[in-house]
Ligand binder design. Sequence first.
Ligand code: BUP
Length: 458
Amino acid sequence: FSGKSPHVAVLPGAGMGHLTPALRLAAMLSSRGCLVTLIAVKPTVSAAESTTISNFFSTYPHINRLDFEILPRKPPSSTNDDPFFIQFEAISRSVVHLLKPLLLSSSPPLSAIFSDFTVSMTLTPILEELCIPNYVLSVTCARFLSLLAYLPYLINENSPKFSESDDYVHIPGLSPLPLSTIPPPFFNPTLFFTSFAISNALFLPKAKGILVNTFERFEPDTLAALNNGRVLSNLPPVHPIGPLEPYKLEKGEQLSWLDDQSVISVVYVCFGNRTAMSKDQIRELGDGLERSGCPFLWVLKSSKVDKEDTEEIEDLLGDSFLERIKNRGIVVKAWVNQEQILAHPAIGGFVSHAGWNSVMEAARYGVPLLAWPLHGDQRVISEVVENAGFGVWVRDWGWGGERVVKGEEIGEKVKQLMSDEKLRNRAMEVEEEARKAFQDANGSSEKALMGIIETLRL
Ligand code: BUP
């Protein structure tokens, strides 16, 4: 590295949905001339995270590893029983007590930190003291980021300014958000999810910048509203730097099966790394995929944390199901390389929980979505996807699992997804727009990222 290379640290949050974009950003900063230190939080919640971190360091030996052993997690409580949120709290608390000496010992001194939104509240005061600029990495869409940023003004004195009888939530500069897309915990500010989001959102104005895994052409109006000071007048610049580039990974096993399938014939089904469906819903989904008549590749999860996901596919779906679909579908319970699957020419549609990483990965490869949001930011994301003409969603399908959607209905929707020419053409345009964001030095996302790196060189 030349003397002018900025030295940057990347601090991810908990869960693959936070780790993956952080690793991608680390690799992108490294390939653009930065000396990069990745802060590796230990222990992780999921096995997927720890395996991914080890593989990442083997693949990128020139990226420094800074182990960050966190304090013990709190036991589940009535306001927080989600293992990933419990980890968020533990990381955040550990930042206060343990991170400062680690950062001080970094050599050469750090030019900036790129940190997950979930550590903003505890990291910001430390970085102010050390005079290190902080860039917040948002792992959700610009629209949900706006909701997060505005949350302290929507929920004050322990009560939301909206009620369950309203139709919309209004945020300056944005089209109104249907109340049905707001995560249910936001109606109860005493829950950890809500109070933690508000506490961190209050520190966003102190960041040097906010990086979003999105691109100009996908969310133009929201990005303009954020950057014109319409959402909040005190936010730092919001930089769209997506879709983040995948880093080098190994080839997964199921690709050979995909190689034998016709072009755009296969529906890929995956609900992300932290969403488990009920057993009844899993069976109906299996029925729906069978009824759709389409070849499918289904990544199945029956527990929130992978280490606890011990149920066999046969027990969940039955031997006769597996026998019937054996020439047409594949069900996997292992971790797959999703990015590589979406890149495969055989994939023609994606039934997804609408996690934002998944959406941006689908955008990179022009795969249209049937969104089935289940919690958190996923309904806001589904709306963004639909408005971009890039996917469809059925509004009354389960949100928090309150209704088991029948196989018949699922089968019909999957068929529609796979045969919708208009949607497919639009998805191809989205792919082209995503490609242009990194096409050359003038691509909007490339320019935004290089702009930040240039600032750090000064
Ligand atoms: Br499962 C699975 N392989 O087998 P999202 C997921 N992924 O590569 P999240 C795999 O994990 P929430 C697998 O490509 C994406 O990068 C996938 O992130 C990858 O959803 C990431 O899509 C999952 O943002 O749920 O984090 O599971 O909506 O809560 O963020």
